[in-house]
Design a protein around this ligand. Structure first.
Ligand code: GLN
Length: 444
């Protein structure tokens, strides 16, 4: 259109920025705009999108942050990526991530850590750290990530942007390289809540190629709310007190005040089983990963280390191809699932999961949303937690309960602590995305 940027000019402007990125946010950047320009009335208007590397993209490296998939070119494209493209959002690049989405700092990538654009000595969060750094750093207008226990919300919080984990089943997982299938969910990382709604509108929907996808029940509308009159916010004691850094807690208190000024009522609520969420998650997620990652055997995908016997080939390929965190999870998961232990670990963790979902259901009888800080701390220094997996796992303290319950949750910018961004998390009942986005918009 005359006087406006064409889709190709827009693409090229972002392409140049992405190619010049020095945060290690990308593992691949497109050479050029797609040859077919999107039609003038395409709803996403040719705005390019950065895609977390674990989404399969036909003919484009899809390595999920792992050396075992180095150079892997999938023969097909993930449904979510195809949907964005069909709505007019072309693929700008693939973003760096923790290996197979296991991590909270992006330091577990086989392709090097991603830097936080706010302070390059700090992590951007993970596992969708490349997507978050690309959007926060201005090299992508928006990005697609995945969240299994917090991997969209936590990096969004640590880089000062908006991250939405939709209801489990809202978006097809077809073509997403699996970590923990009962928890994995795709979602947008954007600068505004309106952008998040726009992306979700085109991403959501049932897909015959993912039997767990159901889509959302109503079309996503762009959020318009400016106030929160009549809205009841529940603040779970278990997720907002102990363990939250003082500066993060102060920022959280300020947001609760703002919510009250906008007309909301704020009361404390109880999620009695939430303190057990991390323990349950770190049984369930590794258990599912140990099974999902069995497919990387040197035969079907990516790298193979040649050896004299088949067993040797498997062992060496997996030994060389997987990083330390992935190996740790496979071992934990295999142990938890082994006969004789299954009931004590996996069975019990599943029961805790049900209890957590029941806690949320009870809270939503009294409250519209549950609100917490997204992450207990601001972005930490690179290397600060790499030798201490347990302290790394604590980053997911506030985000894992919602993942176990399968409910939608969004992180929005929540002001700074010591000059670094913090996030505010709002969680809603399953399928209440429109309401959630509206409230987030009012608070943004
Ligand atoms: N940090 C969590 C983990 O390491 C969550 C990761 C995710 O949501 N993909 O498992």
């Amino acid at each position: 259109r005359a006087g406006e940027l064409s889709a190709t000019e827009l693409f090229d402007a972002y392409r140049e920025r992405a190619a010049a990125d020095d945060l290690n946010a990308y593992t691949w950047v497109a050479d050029a705009a797609p040859t077919e320009a999107p039609p003038a009335d395409a709803p996403l208007a040719g705005v390019p999108v950065a895609i977390k590397d674990l989404f399969c993209t036909e003919g484009v490296p899809s390595q999920a942050g792992s050396r075992i998939l180095e150079g892997y070119l999938p023969p097909y494209t993930a449904t979510s990526v195809a949907r964005l493209a069909a709505a007019g959002a072309p693929l700008l690049g693939k973003t760096n991530q923790d290996e197979f989405a296991m991590g909270s700092s992006n330091e577990n990538s086989g392709y090097g850590p991603v830097l936080n654009p706010w302070d390059r000595t700090r992590v951007p969060g993970g596992s969708s750290g490349g997507s978050a750094a690309a959007v926060a750093g201005g090299s992508a207008p928006w990005a697609l990530g995945t969240d299994t226990g917090g991997s969209i919300r936590q990096p969004a919080a640590l880089t000062g942007i908006v991250g939405l984990k939709p209801t489990y089943g809202a978006i097809s997982r077809y073509g997403m390289i699996a970590f923990a299938s009962s928890l994995d969910q795709a979602g947008p990382l954007t600068r505004t809540v309106a952008d998040s709604a726009l992306m979700l509108r085109h991403l959501q929907g049932a897909d015959t190629r993912d039997m767990t996808s159901v889509g959302l029940r109503e079309e996503i509308v762009l959020p318009t709310a400016e106030r929160l009159d009549g809205i009841k916010l529940g603040v779970p004691e278990e997720l907002s007190g102990e363990g939250i850094e003082p500066g993060v807690r102060d920022a959280f208190e300020r947001s609760l005040q703002l919510a009250e000024e906008l007309g909301a009522t704020v009361e404390s609520c109880k999620l009695p089983h939430a303190p057990h969420a991390l323990s349950a998650y770190y049984i369930l997620a590794p258990a599912e990963c140990s099974s999902n990652l069995a497919r990387f055997d040197g035969v079907r995908y990516g790298q193979r280390v040649e050896a004299d016997t088949l067993m040797d080939m498997y062992t060496r390929t997996r030994h060389d191809g997987f990083g330390p965190e992935v190996k740790r999870r496979i071992m934990l998961g295999t142990y938890a699932l082994s006969s004789g232990y299954y009931d004590a670990y996996y069975g019990r963790a599943q029961r805790v999961r049900t209890k957590i979902a029941e806690d949320f259901a009870a809270a939503f009888e009294r409250f519209d949303f549950v609100v917490t800080p997204t992450s207990p701390s601001v972005a930490f220094e690179l290397g600060a937690k790499t030798d201490d997996p347990l302290s790394m796992y604590l980053n997911d303290f506030c985000t894992v309960p919602m993942s176990l319950a399968g409910i939608p949750a969004i992180s929005i910018p929540n002001g700074l602590s010591d000059g670094l961004p913090t996030g505010l998390q709002l969680a809603a009942p399953a399928f209440a995305e429109n309401k959630l986005l509206d409230a987030a918009h009012a608070l943004e």
